[in-house]
Write a protein that binds this ligand. Sequence first.
Ligand code: NAD
Ligand code: UDP
Length: 339
Amino acid sequence: FDTETRTLSYIRSRSFLPVKSLPPGQRKRILVTGGAGFVGSHLVDRLMLMGQEVIVIDNYFTGRKSNIAHWIGHPNFELIRHDVVDPFLIEVDQIYHLACPASPPHYQHNPIKTVKTSVMGTINMLGLAKRVKARFLLASTSEIYGDPEVHPQTETYWGNVNPIGPRACYDEGKRVAETLTYAYRHQDHVNVRVARIFNTYGPRMNENDGRVVSNFIMQALRGEELTIYGDGSQTRSFQYIHDLVDALILLMNNDCDEPVNLGNPDEYTIRSLAELVRDEVNPDCKITTLKATIDDPKRRKPDISRAEDKLGWKPTWPVRQGIQETVQYFRRQMEAGLI
Ligand code: NAD
Ligand code: UDP
């Protein structure tokens, strides 16, 4: 409850966010695919608090109704169980297309379905955008850069992806999703936005989704060893969820239709992240190293000059503060017997 309260007070502290419903002329109908997931549910919170009308479609593969249950019954909110692999027709002004599992164990669980979700799901949502003349935003990923040979990664870098490795279903799926997005833009004049999202964390991450932040926090809270895959020298740059939501909304409402990196350039080795979480949660925990995973990118850090320049955005949440908020969320969930 405390974390939620703090989240809401943070949201309300943003001066551009009225909490009341916007008048009909200004209110947009906004579709969020994957809106019951981690990122989607925070985006829905923000759009609802802005006074917009929000429709969520989700098949609950990795998302949960509980992430958005607090909006059920609100006149501006609608939740529909639907798989984006199947076509969907609705009159909307904007589409945030997020539906896709994001954690490696989840997207590797059924790689064929992951590719179908990215390819057929994106075709269906672009087809919808074309038909109803909605603006379309694709949640793409830093994974399209693969194991990058350029550091930090700029949007002009084409990437280094193994097309047949275990991560390919996600990486190549998102690359095709970007290709489709620009094909619909050039061929059919769909108004598109592409967000290349770097590792993002925060409350409502699935506690067992296998991503590094949730793994380390849950392990530390349970007094277990923190598991580093490989030697821990690989790096990632971790962005707190509220910074990402700020940027997604800015991008959707900006005229920049080129891909934009959204991430926090503050780069950590996985070992230093483990140490940070251990020191925050439980200094007695041990850190252990396990076998490296196949095709694990060695370094990742966004160049965010384009986002700074076009959106006037840069992240404001330091990693330690975001980790503290996330730890508090998982601790409360454990105390409430929810996990
Ligand atoms: P998540 O797994 O929590 O959310 C994904 C949501 O999509 C879930 O609610 C899931 O049930 C839904 N979904 C999956 N397949 C679907 C389908 N076929 N039809 C309908 N709904 C479906 O993941 P997330 O972290 O919230 O990621 C959201 C989006 O952001 C994804 O597209 C992901 O690729 C992208 N992204 C996330 C990160 C990150 O670090 N969190 C980084 C880069 C990109
Ligand atoms: N990782 C780790 N221990 C874990 C989970 C992940 O060392 O318990 C590593 C993983 O090998 C990768 C990094 O942390 O190098 C980020 O992994 P995550 O799955 O969170 O995201 P992605 O690999 O998609 O960036």
